[in-house]
Design a binder for this molecule. Sequence first.
Ligand SMILES: [Zn+2]
Ligand SMILES: [Zn+2]
Length: 173
Amino acid sequence: MKDKIIEHAKTNYSSSPHEFTDEEIETIIKVDCKCESCDKSIFELHDFPKVINGEVLCEDCYEDEYIDRCLLCEESYERLDDEDSDFPKSPFYLSIPSAEEQDMKPGIYVAISYPVFRSDMFSTTIYKENIKLICEADDFLEKYPEYKEVFEEEGGNFICLECLIKAKKCGTN
Ligand SMILES: [Zn+2]
Ligand SMILES: [Zn+2]
């Protein structure tokens, strides 16, 4: 089986030939050479599966599970699996109209405790005592005016690490 996997990886994936590590191959064999989420055989995939945290996932399932799209810069990013952090998805932005609704300052926030949000069908509650403002929208937009539209529309959502770093650079807090 090992040889079959190696041979398949060498010749059958469209993006590039791929070499799995021995550990990855072991994991793949252990899960019967299938994506653990959708059951597709790795021999049917056009791209090599991801072996992550002892799990085997096809490209699509991997993206569903681990890739987010930053609504600020519109780049996709790998969701952080930061074991030291209880709030791996914590940085988020809050737009100007939405901040007004919540009686908060628009800007970029991080979580300092939990929970951060609670949503039901009608509204979202933000736990203000659990978050910290990194950068006010005005300061952020002064330096990055290209994000003005996002801040003017209703909304708030998680952002990528790059955007958080930008926010920290122009933040006053
Ligand atoms: Zn899958
Ligand atoms: Zn971003």
